[in-house]
Ligand binder design. Structure first.
Ligand code: M6R
Length: 615
């Protein structure tokens, strides 16, 4: 939710690094974008409603020559996902104060902004936007008595809420102050240049040496490096880490969209999720990051898997896996609901927090509540060093590589795979036999190859998508372990193709929603050949009796199921545990092609942002 970039150099113009950085972060929000550039003449702000490409155009008009751009070697930039105030140019960041001498960008929410604003207005500050952020710019200016870092610390101490900020001031040439609480911020240390960003994807083009700020950190950034402090001005030491992936991982690599690239990356991504984590001789999984002894695992009475959106759907698959393989009562929980429903949890509960980004505010809040209540919390995150991963303190990294498309794809299959390995490990300390464990180890090893087989159906799936791309309503049905896959298929097509879609338990359709079926409402039925399929076939017949066309995701060679549907898409036959993974890949491709044919903005759907860092 909002992306921040900062750049500081002695000689190099900040314009290009800032705009390039914003392009990398655009997945975090794309309502408006802006930059503030510092030179000896003062601070220049260029911002406007719309995407980074439009900002780039405007910036090139305003600073038309190399010479003009060269004088700005320090700057901050922002791409916005609106929370307070409409997505207009005036509400776009950076916000300014001190007669244009100070500029600030912010990611997060200032909860007490109305009170702060009233106080500042009484002191004569003039506000031009409806944002919470502008308050912070004025506060910093008000506290500035000659020491920029301490002015920002003072201001931040007044703030209730969350922030990742970067600010520059004409009164402090060459200095940039950045700080974080609840919104991520990473500092890249280059050669005589320093880059700041909401995530490393905006940094890797310049350096791989990064420092992840922690909540409560404030840092003074110059071209020569960074000094980090607590808000009380005590020096803080943070490790410099090396990013282990390169630019190629965050570029489209010949695909039209990141979504398609990430769908096709799944065999490799899953290989990375699995690598080194299977113990053939013990017929179990090795998940060292969980840091759980067999005694810990045996002590759990209940598991709750928390997450939002796609991660919640993965957690719903996890319920089936944990209950089937480990006899462990497990509940998938929407993170925000979980946090506020006074969860009855304690030391004998294992809370598994699922999050691709590791920054989702609702999930993070639920993690904190669970830790406070004494439960044992593990994070299953993709982004290394993310807040949830760090605060949980133990867990499994997905290693699926950067996911740029707002619609999550490879993170889902990696999450389900990681949950399957977790359930295997837990099961083997409880009731799961050696031979069952060995069977699962073999199944898990085959997942990347099986997903590769589904990808070969891309053309067929595009053909089926073309037949149904004009439908405005769709249903997705599945039962048992395939029910969450139905929800995920519906979510994907809603997000990227703007088709109204509902996921239902196959048996539930006849209890009401069937009233909506007609020849214009396609039903996508999850018919992989696993227990329960015959009953879903029965539900398919009910749909067809109401003239609804049915698309079946069937197991290879299962002509008996395929003959009941109008259009079959075949996926490899697998065990029940792996069926959600192969089936969902077909639904990801289906949603992608429908969206493409409907001319949608696939990687950046309207109203969305990749990581939702507000509650
Ligand atoms: O980063 P997270 O996994 O915590 O994100 C959770 C959801 O916001 C995310 O899955 C969202 O639903 C995606 N847009 C789904 O494609």
């Amino acid at each position: 939710m909002c992306g921040i970039v900062g750049f500081s150099s002695h000689e190099k113009s900040a314009c290009e690094p800032l705009v390039n950085g914003l392009r990398r972060l655009e997945y975090r929000g794309y309502d408006s974008a802006g930059v503030a550039l510092e030179s000896a003449d003062g601070i220049k702000v260029v911002k406007q409603r719309g995407k980074v490409a439009e900002l780039d155009k405007l910036l090139k008009e305003e600073l038309a020559t190399e010479d003009e751009r060269a004088k700005y070697t320090v700057g901050i930039a922002h791409t916005r996902w609106a929370t307070h105030g409409l997505p207009t140019t005036v509400n776009a960041h950076p916000h300014i104060a001190d007669d244009g001498n100070l500029a600030l960008v912010h990611n997060g929410i200032i909860e007490n902004y109305a009170t702060l604003r009233a106080g500042l207005e009484k002191r004569g500050c003039k506000f031009v936007s409806q944002t919470d952020t502008e308050v912070l710019a004025h506060l910093v200016a008000t506290f500035d008595k000659g020491d920029f870092l301490s002015a920002v610390s003072h201001a931040l101490k007044q703030v209730e809420g969350t922030y990742g900020i970067a600010t520059i001031s004409r009164r402090h040439p060459g200095e940039m102050v950045v700080a974080r609480k609840g919104s991520p911020l990473v500092i890249g240390i280059g050669e005589h240049e320093t880059v700041v960003a909401s995530d490393v994807s905006a940094i890797v083009a310049y350096t791989r040496q990064v420092i992840y700020l922690k909540d409560g950190d404030i840092a003074l950034v110059t071209p020569d490096g960074v000094s980090i402090y607590s808000l009380d001005n005590a020096p803080v030491s943070r490790e410099v880490q090396e990013v282990d992936w390169d630019l190629g991982a965050i570029e489209k690599g010949g695909f039209d969209h990141f979504m398609l690239k990430e769908i096709f990356e799944q065999p490799d991504a899953l290989r990375n999720t699995i690598r080194g984590r299977l113990d053939k001789s013990g017929a179990t999984a090795i998940l060292a990051g969980l840091n759980l002894t067999p005694r810990d695992l045996a002590s759990f009475r209940r598991v709750a898997i928390i997450g939002c959106g796609t991660s919640l759907h993965a957690g719903m698959v996890g319920k089936y896996l944990f209950e089937k393989l480990a006899d462990m009562p497990t509940s998938p929980e929407q993170a925000a609901e979980f946090r506020y429903c006074n969860p009855i949890i304690g030391p004998d509960n294992w809370i598994v927090a699922l999050s691709q980004s590791g920054e989702t505010a609702d999930t993070l809040a639920a993690v904190r509540e669970s830790i406070r209540k004494g439960a044992l919390v593990s994070g299953l995150c993709n982004v290394v060093g993310s807040t949830i991963a760090r605060e949980a303190g133990r867990g499994v990294y997905l290693h699926a590589g950067p996911e740029i498309s707002v619609a999550s794809t490879k993170a889902f299959t990696a999450q389900v795979t990681a949950l399957l390995m977790s359930a295997l490990k837990l099961g083997r300390t409880r009731r799961l036999s050696y031979s069952e464990g060995a069977r699962l180890v073999d199944e898990i090893e085959r997942i990347p190859e099986l997903v590769g087989e589904v990808l070969k159906q891309n053309e067929r799936i595009a053909e089926v998508a073309a037949k149904y791309a004009k439908a405005d309503d769709m249903f997705f049905i599945g039962r048992g372990i395939l029910y969450p896959t139905a929800l995920e298929g519906a979510l994907k097509i809603k997000e990227v193709a703007y088709v109204h879609a509902e996921g239902y338990q196959a048996a539930e359709l006849k209890h009401g929603p069937i009233a909506l079926l007609s020849e214009e409402t396609p039903v996508v039925a999850l018919l992989a050949d696993i227990p329960g399929k015959e009953k879903t076939v029965g539900n398919v017949q009910e749909c067809r009796a109401r003239n609804a066309p049915v698309i079946g995701i069937c197991s290879e060679g299962d002509s008996a199921a395929a003959e009941h549907v109008n259009d079959a898409i075949f996926v490899p036959k697998t065990s029940e545990e792996v069926a959600p993974i192969v089936s969902v890949v077909a639904l990801q491709l289906f949603a992608y092609h429908v969206a493409r044919l409907r001319g949608c903005e696939i990687d950046q759907p309207r109203n969305l942002a990749k990581s939702v860092t507000v509650e």
